[in-house]
Structure formats: structure tokens, C-alpha cells
Design a binder for this molecule. Structure first.
Ligand SMILES: Nc1ncnc2c1ncn2[C@@H]1O[C@H](COP(=O)(O)OP(=O)(O)OP(=O)(O)O)[C@@H](O)[C@H]1O
Ligand SMILES: [Mg+2]
Ligand SMILES: [Zn+2]
Length: 394
């Protein structure tokens, strides 16, 4: 049976006191607490129970215990050698809730890095975990002995996915990848390979944090608040930026390839970072980098600053959520900073659109540094995270 947790929540909402469920679904439903879930194995047992001829103890789950054992990840940031500046960009993205695009040749570690992105995001709260669990429960993705999704989900749909697969659909609308990634990371590998209409339908959930699937008979809304991580090669053959390999693409082919991802989606991605081919020296090194836990602590601190900043604003939780008027208010820069920005726009040929993005990301970098004011050094780092803008002007 799928969706035991949702059934349980509905029962709670209707102020029911108990629920009788097949034993294998009891654990999932018991997560709701405040509801007695009676596990049964047969109809006979159910009848006996209802006739008071058999005692069945309600299923007990220790939430804290479940949370404690399952919140650990299989992978860690320290597995990735070198690539310090990419790790830093991911830390900034995690700290401010910024979507991120990684651009690099095959084998440079983009997928490896993206998989580890959830491990540096702030710890899931119980409320978030239950929300995510509910969606996975509806989709029938919970393993029998799993009662709670206690780690942030990482979803990486293949680029051949349909729009229904991505945002949800079907006769009885199932949640799509954007909802399965709720409170976690949606990773789109080889971004330019996705169909245009598929990328287009992501706009609504990215704006609203939820998605409504309209069908003739019914329409249903699922939460879809995720962080987007995307990856792509710099050109069709993949080796344009690789110093050790020869790129076989014409500049026209490259332009065409990059143009596929322009527009509204790219507009929602604050950070674009180049991932160079891994240097042998880094791969051979035995010393490992920082552990995810250490990075996550810094991320968490920066998030706390943001929660305070936006405490009176219902729709903003992190710097990435800021709209133009919030940016004017919270991202003031001094004269030195203005000068830098002006130079970036005129000399590097950055678009005016990039301007607001740079300010938001600078705010996050300042927050990570515990600085109230955005300093020129924060701005110059943020400018580094506009690889694609610059690339287009080469
Ligand atoms: N920085 C690194 N440290 C340790 N191992 C690495 C690193 N970069 C790459 N690798 C190794 O190389 C493999 C390939 O990396 P990965 O699949 O992440 O590359 P990619 O950039 O996603 O490539 P593609 O463009 O082909 O998808 C990894 O599974 C890993 O074993
Ligand atoms: Mg890859
Ligand atoms: Zn090429």
C-alpha cells in the first residue's frame, strides 16, 4: 500500500483516534504520532480486534532514534580531492540557497560534487523531514523498514525525462521529480540535453516552491521547494576548457550549445562555476579536504543570520529569495564596491541582469564571513561566479 503516512495525516485531520493498517505500513503511519496505529496481518485479526477478542498494541516509533540513525550520508565532501574553489562555490550556494550550475569537461567531478551537495545543506528539521517523507510515501518510494526520510533528498533525473515525470502527472497525479526533491537537491546533469519544454515547466515550481498538476477530473498541489544543481560540458565535445585535450567543436557549435540553456531558467541560477579537469597532483594527494560536517556548520550559521534578517517577511527564508526591492534594502555596497561592479558590467561585459545576482551572492558571502556590510572582496568573489556570462563574451 502506498501513502500510509498521508492516510494517517488525513485521519488525524478528521480527528480520528486510531487506524488499522497492514503491519508493513504501520511504521510509516505511526510517524504522525497522536494517532494509534494498530498493525494487523489478516482480516481475521482485524475482526477479532474490533470485537474486543484480541489485544493489539499500537505501533511505537522513537522519532529521535529514527532521526539519529538515518541522518548520516553515505558520501562526504572530503571524498573530493582538490577543486577547492568549486567546493567553496557550493558552500556559498548552500549558505544562501542559491541555485548553481557547474560547467566542466567530462570526468572533472561535477556529478561527484553534486551528489555531495545535500551533505552541506542545513540539517533537515523534523517538520521538513515529515513533509518530504509524505511525498515519498505517496510515490511509494519508502522502503518497508524506512519510516522517515531524514536526509535531504538528491534526485537526478535523466535528460530524457518527460515534463510529467519532472513536475508530476498521470491519471491519479503522482508527484514528479521536483516534488521528490522537496527540501533537497534536484540535480540536472547535462542541462543542455533536456528538452526545452521540460525545462520550461520548471519555472512555476521554482518561483512558488510548489507545483499544481491540473487534470480534467481533479487538480492537485504538491510541495516542490528544492535547490537546483545543474551540470554541463562547456561545449558539445566536452573539452573546450580542458588544457590537456583538443576541443573539436566550431565556435558556432559552441554558441548553439550554450544558447540552449539561455533564458528564464538560467535567470534563476545565481551561481555558475567552472570545474576544471582535476589535476593529477590533487588526485594523488593523500591529505583530504574538509569534512561535510565542518562546512555545514558554517552554512548553518550564515542561514541563521538570514532567518533573523527576514524574520518579518513571510516569503523569504534565504538570500536567494530576495526580490529587487529587498536587494536595494539589504545589499547596500560602499563606493569601492560600486566601482568594482561598474567595472564588471562594462569591462567584463556582464549583463545588467547579472548585477542583482552578484549583489545577492555578495550578501551571502558577507554572511558567511559574519560581516554586516558587503565589502569589495565579497563582490569580487561573487563576480567569479558568473562564468557563463563571461564565456559568452569571449
Ligand atoms: N576531485 C576528484 N577527487 C576524487 N575523485 C575524482 C575527482 N574528480 C573526479 N574523480 C573521479 O572521477 C570519476 C568521474 O567523475 P564525475 O563522474 O563526477 O565527472 P563528471 O564531471 O560528472 O563527468 P561527465 O561530464 O562525464 O559527467 C568520479 O567517479 C571519481 O572517481
Ligand atoms: Mg557527470
Ligand atoms: Zn568541444
Amino acid at each position: 500500500m502506498h501513502g500510509a503516512l498521508s492516510v494517517a495525516w488525513e485521519a488525524l485531520r478528521k480527528e480520528m483516534k486510531g487506524l488499522i493498517l497492514p503491519r508493513e505500513n504501520a511504521r510509516e503511519a505511526a510517524m504522525t504520532k497522536n494517532l494509534s496505529v494498530f498493525p494487523v496481518t489478516s482480516l481475521r485479526e482485524t475482526v477479532d480486534f474490533l470485537n474486543n477478542q484480541k489485544e493489539i498494541a499500537p505501533f511505537e516509533v522513537d522519532l529521535n532514534e529514527v532521526f539519529e540513525v538515518s541522518k548520516h550520508y553515505q558520501v562526504d565532501f572530503s571524498d573530493v580531492k582538490g577543486q577547492e574553489h568549486v567546493k567553496r562555490a557550493l558552500e556559498v550556494a548552500a549558505a544562501g540557497g542559491h541555485n548553481i550550475l557547474m560547467i566542466g569537461p567530462p570526468g572533472s567531478g561535477k556529478t561527484m560534487l553534486a551528489k555531495r551537495f545535500p551533505t552541506i545543506l542545513p540539517m533537515l528539521t523534523l517538520k521538513e523531514a515529515l513533509e518530504t517523507t509524505k511525498i515519498h510515501s505517496v510515490a511509494g518510494l519508502l522502503a518497508g523498514n524506512q519510516s522517515l526520510v531524514a536526509t535531504r533528498p538528491f534526485r537526478s533525473p535523466h535528460h530524457t525525462i518527460s515534463d510529467a515525470g519532472l513536475i508530476g502527472g498521470g491519471k491519479y497525479p503522482r508527484p514528479g521529480e521536483v516534488s521528490l526533491a522537496h527540501h533537497g537537491v534536484l540535480f540536472l546533469d547535462e542541462l543542455p540535453e533536456f528538452k526545452k519544454n521540460v525545462l520550461e515547466v520548471m519555472r512555476q515550481p521554482m518561483e512558488d516552491g510548489k507545483v499544481t498538476i491540473a487534470r480534467a477530473m481533479l487538480s492537485i498541489t504538491y510541495p516542490a521547494n528544492f535547490m537546483l544543481a545543474a551540470a554541463m560540458n562547456p561545449c558539445p565535445c566536452g573539452y573546450y576548457t580542458d588544457p590537456n585535450r583538443q576541443c573539436s567543436c566550431t565556435s558556432q557549435q559552441i554558441q548553439k550549445y550554450l544558447a540552449r540553456i539561455s533564458g528564464p531558467l538560467l535567470d534563476r541560477i545565481d551561481i555558475q562555476i567552472e570545474v576544471p579537469a582535476v589535476r593529477y597532483r590533487d588526485l594523488a594527494a593523500t591529505s583530504s579536504g574538509e569534512k561535510s560536517d565542518v562546512i555545514r556548520e558554517r552554512v548553518q550559521k550564515a542561514r541563521e543570520i538570514q532567518l533573523k534578517r527576514f524574520k518579518n517577511n513571510e516569503r523569504i527564508f534565504c538570500n536567494a529569495d530576495m526580490q529587487a526591492k529587498n536587494i536595494r534594502k539589504y545589499c547596500k555596497v560602499n563606493e569601492g564596491g560600486e566601482e568594482l561592479l561598474k567595472n564588471a558590467i562594462t569591462k567584463l561585459g556582464l549583463s545588467a541582469r547579472a548585477y542583482d545576482r552578484i549583489l545577492k551572492v555578495s550578501r551571502t558571502i558577507a554572511d558567511l564571513a559574519g560581516e554586516e556590510n558587503i565589502l569589495p572582496e565579497h563582490i569580487s568573489e561573487a563576480i567569479q561566479y558568473r562564468s557563463l556570462d563571461r564565456q559568452l563574451w569571449l
